[in-house]
Design a protein around this ligand. Structure first.
Ligand SMILES: Nc1ncnc2c1ncn2[C@@H]1O[C@H](COP(=O)(O)OP(=O)(O)OP(=O)(O)O)[C@@H](O)[C@H]1O
Ligand SMILES: O=P(O)(O)OC[C@H]1O[C@H](OP(=O)(O)OP(=O)(O)O)[C@H](O)[C@@H]1O
Ligand SMILES: [Mg+2]
Length: 304
């Protein structure tokens, strides 16, 4: 039986997502693709789950790990960079791990990188000894410096980190990089990556109670299905049996293709769920190898 949306408040699952910013729309879209829908409150900070007893809390991304740690919400969608930073910070202060990454979600990709002025002849981390490094990720940077055995000064800035070297506040920086355009615009170059990040589903380090745990499991199953088919297409076509050995190598990303024998003659009908890109070029290669009537269909949902 599906959980009723009228479940008592203590048994409802609460998920925190970014109110506005890079992760806000894709996070909501992903949860919507899992069949969740909400009635929005007037202040739009809390959305009551209608299709399932799963509510949304719209917050600043930096608050999400703390909200999970305090049990104010059960799950959250946040950048791995934020989750790890706050985890390292807690660990540095002797705190027990209170949250962890449950799933990588495949959007919001970026990296936390160390960058130095263009003019530096970068030889390695030992060059940072005694230098000042500006960052919004002090715990991650401090941990990395300790791993490298480097004694450097960490300068904490909450934003516009890339400008610090030009202002004379720092010699190098450690910040998020995606296209690299911000670094280039500030005459900086990335020299090493501290962590690869993307949006993640975060949850408590310990298990949820039985009722909310069951709801979380249901959501995770849907999420895994949604993530699995996010870039998937269903490919349908026909082909003579003799060309099958030429066709199958063109479908390396297909889950065990279904092969059906057609009534008349030696023709086969094939159905393949492809997890990689089904490009025009690929369709043309299949056609050259003997496939006919190629059809590419979107996949709406999948439950393993
Ligand atoms: N340039 C980028 N390209 C891709 N992803 C990024 C980039 N910058 C940040 N991110 C990812 O998106 C997350 C959210 O970034 P955003 O800039 O929206 O955060 P914010 O300004 O801290 O928002 P908030 O107002 O919620 O505190 C980051 O923590 C990181 O995981
Ligand atoms: O490599 P790029 O594609 O240039 O992206 C990197 C920039 O993106 C983020 O800043 P954002 O634009 O979110 O501004 P912020 O300083 O307000 O966080 C990040 O802090 C970098 O400054
Ligand atoms: Mg933030």
């Amino acid at each position: 039986m599906s959980p009723s949306p009228n479940t008592p408040a203590r048994d409802r699952l609460r998920i925190a997502i970014q109110k506005s910013g890079r992760l806000a729309d894709p996070a909501r879209a992903l949860l919507t693709s899992c069949g969740l829908s909400w009635r929005e409150s007037r202040d739009r900070l809390f959305c009551y789950g209608e299709s399932l007893p799963v509510d949304l809390l719209l917050v600043r991304d930096d608050d999400i790990p703390g909200l999970i740690a305090e049990g104010v919400c059960d799950l959250g969608i946040v950048g791995r960079n934020v989750l790890l930073e706050q985890g390292y910070d807690r660990a540095g202060n002797g705190g027990a791990p209170a949250f962890r990454e449950w799933r990588a979600l495949g959007f919001g990709g970026c990296r936390l990188a160390l960058a130095v002025p263009d003019g530096w002849d970068w030889q390695g981390p030992e060059q940072l000894a005694g230098k000042r490094i500006a960052t919004s990720y002090p715990a991650t940077l401090t941990r990395w410096l300790a791993e490298q055995g480097i004694d450097a000064k960490v300068v904490l800035l909450s934003g516009s980190v890339e400008i610090a070297p030009r202002l004379g506040q720092a010699d190098a920086i450690c910040d998020l990089v995606s296209s690299g355009a911000t670094l280039a615009a500030n005459q900086l170059k990335p020299v090493t990556t501290l962590l690869e990040s993307e949006a993640v589903l975060a949850g408590p380090a310990d298990a949820l109670d039985a009722t909310r745990g069951e709801l979380a499991d249901l959501l995770l199953r849907r999420l895994d299905g949604a993530l699995r088919i996010r870039h998937s297409k269903l490919l349908l076509f026909q082909a003579p049996r003799r060309v099958l050995p030429d066709l199958l190598p063109l479908l390396p990303d297909a889950e065990a293709p279904t092969v059906m024998r057609l009534d008349d003659g030696d023709d086969l009908a094939l159905q393949a769920l492809c997890h990689g890109a089904v490009t025009w070029q690929r369709l043309e290669e299949l056609k050259r190898a003997g496939a006919r009537g190629l059809m590419v269909l979107p996949v709406e949902g999948m439950l393993a």
